[in-house]
Design a protein. Sequence first.
Length: 212
Amino acid sequence: MDGNKDVLKNNIANYSGRAHKFADWAFGSEASSAAEVTSKFLCKLKELEYSEPLTIIDLGCGPGRDLDVFKRSTDPTCKAIGVDACQKLCSIAKRRSSCEVICTDFASIGSFFATSSVLGIFCLASLFHLPRTELPSLLKLLYELLMPSGLLLTSFSYSRDEDRAMSDGRWNNSLPLDLHQQFLIEHKFEIVEIFKCRIYNGQWGVVISKKS
Ligand SMILES: C[S@@+](CC[C@H](N)C(=O)[O-])C[C@H]1O[C@@H](n2cnc3c(N)ncnc32)[C@H](O)[C@@H]1O
């Protein structure tokens, strides 16, 4: 447990120490790659037969670039809520997107959202900061929060099979695509779409899956 608290503390210390620089990077050179990912997610959300606006969570929203995209989407219209544990990035995200942003860690989101209350959970370049041993309980929680047929987008760097702290203190869980899918399938998700994305100096395997 203490080890896990240290992981969170080290991840957040890193982002707090460079929050504005990270925001400039996210909204600058990385925006076009992220736009491809948000666009694919919105496309799949649009196919769901639910009345709009569709409630979605941007889990690990960082400075709010994708919250802003979801908020501006007109087809489908969405109500996007951000979640991030870094207070400084949460403040930037609120200011830049005008969306609600909850400052908490991934594992605590069950206290803020009711069971079967959201249609989409979007995790771009965020869940890799969680040690692999913690992924099963989080996937179980995300499954519970989704409405039937609700969509989850997960992304992990896939070039190596690695689960350890990086030299800058942040945790890195790199999951090859077959393992990434296996985790989702074992937690009752149905794979909908798989693609690759280049963002934040890495190659990411991205999977959109569905609450079956
Ligand atoms: C690489 S950034 C990605 C941010 C955003 N999704 C994007 O694509 O720009 C990773 C984010 O995950 C957040 N994060 C890391 N571990 C977290 C945890 N356990 N709970 C909540 N947020 C966390 C960090 O604060 C950071 O904003």
